[in-house]
Design a protein. Structure first.
Length: 161
């Protein structure tokens, strides 16, 4: 009798693991863009994980697309990662390319300006507390170009799933 019960537990655990492994690694994302002079576009993108256990990945980007993005003087990416819920808390892991401009128990703000390319992106991992219901990301894109000045912000918000 004990051997049969043990087999049922093993089979049940295997089924649960198979279902978890088969779940898509989808996330929540948002995209927005502003059309500029001469066919260029300033674009903002925000993404974060849809399902998490201990940590949640996030990524944002500001892009200058079109005919003359290489001529931009700079492009800046302002990001916000926020925890929502009853007494939510998040902590941020090591980020290699961003300046953390604000950090609290529920909100993390970062900034990165790229003066050498048409894209500025940020990414990282946050660790939500068990009381966090969901994570949101917000991206604001700015750029400076001699043809169209300093447009922006172009903002994208990826909220709850």
């Amino acid at each position: 009798m004990a051997g049969g019960y043990r087999k049922v537990k093993v089979v049940a655990a295997s089924v649960v693991l198979a279902v978890i492994a088969a779940a898509p690694a989808a996330g929540t994302s948002a995209h927005n863009e502003l059309r500029l002079n001469r066919g260029d576009r300033l674009q903002s993108n925000a993404w974060h994980c849809g399902v998490y256990f201990r940590s949640c990945s996030w990524q944002t980007s500001a892009k200058l697309l079109g005919y003359t993005p290489a001529n931009a003087r700079w492009i800046t990416n302002y990001s916000e990662v926020k925890a929502h819920g009853i007494s939510p808390k998040i902590t941020i892991g090591k980020n290699t390319n961003v300046e953390i401009t604000f950090k609290s128990s529920t909100l993390i703000k970062t900034r990165w300006t790229n003066r050498n390319a048409w894209i500025s992106w940020s990414s990282g991992k946050v660790s939500p507390s068990f009381t966090t219901a969901y994570i949101s990301t917000r991206e604001s894109a700015y750029a400076y170009h001699r043809f169209f000045g300093r447009p922006g912000p172009v903002t994208s918000y990826a909220g709850a799933i």
